[in-house]
Design a protein around this ligand. Structure first.
Ligand SMILES: [Zn+2]
Length: 155
């Protein structure tokens, strides 16, 4: 089994209605990737699609793929292409449960956002917005995990 150091959260940075087939087509045809960008992708309705076995590295963050599991939600930009956290409640719920399950499977792995793997240019120990290579996943993963209360599906 691979050593997993990071469970990395992404957004697809596409319009919310984008189909997974189109994203996969983009990876293969435009980027020439053999492997998909993520292991898991979360649809707007909360369905989680497994695109690739966890045992194999996917293409989420250059330089970190060998030690990462990548999980993404469809969305993450507004109609003008600006970063926005537009996850549906179903996506948040599915993401939360999946991250809990993955952290139980890989207890030593750190859960973080793609942008948190940017280089700490001024070496102050904090990855600041100015240092983000990308805005992905358009929200603060650690803060969200601390504050998220799963909504009551039964209510
Ligand atoms: Zn990303």
């Amino acid at each position: 089994m691979r050593l997993i150091k990071y469970i990395v959260v992404h957004c697809t940075a596409t319009p919310p209605e984008t189909k997974i087939e189109n994203i996969e087509h983009y990876w293969k045809e435009k980027l020439g990737w053999k492997n998909p960008g993520y292991h898991y992708i979360i649809k707007r309705d909360g369905d989680i699609i497994n695109l690739f076995p966890e045992e194999k590295p996917s293409n989420g963050v250059k330089g970190h793929n060998q030690v990462s599991i990548h999980i993404s939600y469809i969305g993450g930009i507004d109609k003008d292409g600006r970063p926005v956290d537009n996850r549906t409640e179903a996506q948040k719920h599915a993401m939360f449960n999946k991250l809990i399950a993955l952290s139980e499977k890989y207890p030593r792995a750190t859960i973080l956002g793609h942008r948190d793997l940017s280089t700490d240019k001024n070496s102050d120990g904090i990855i600041e917005p100015v240092e983000w290579v990308k805005h992905c996943p358009s929200f603060d993963v650690k803060e969200w995990l601390r504050n998220y209360t799963p909504f009551d599906l039964a209510a």
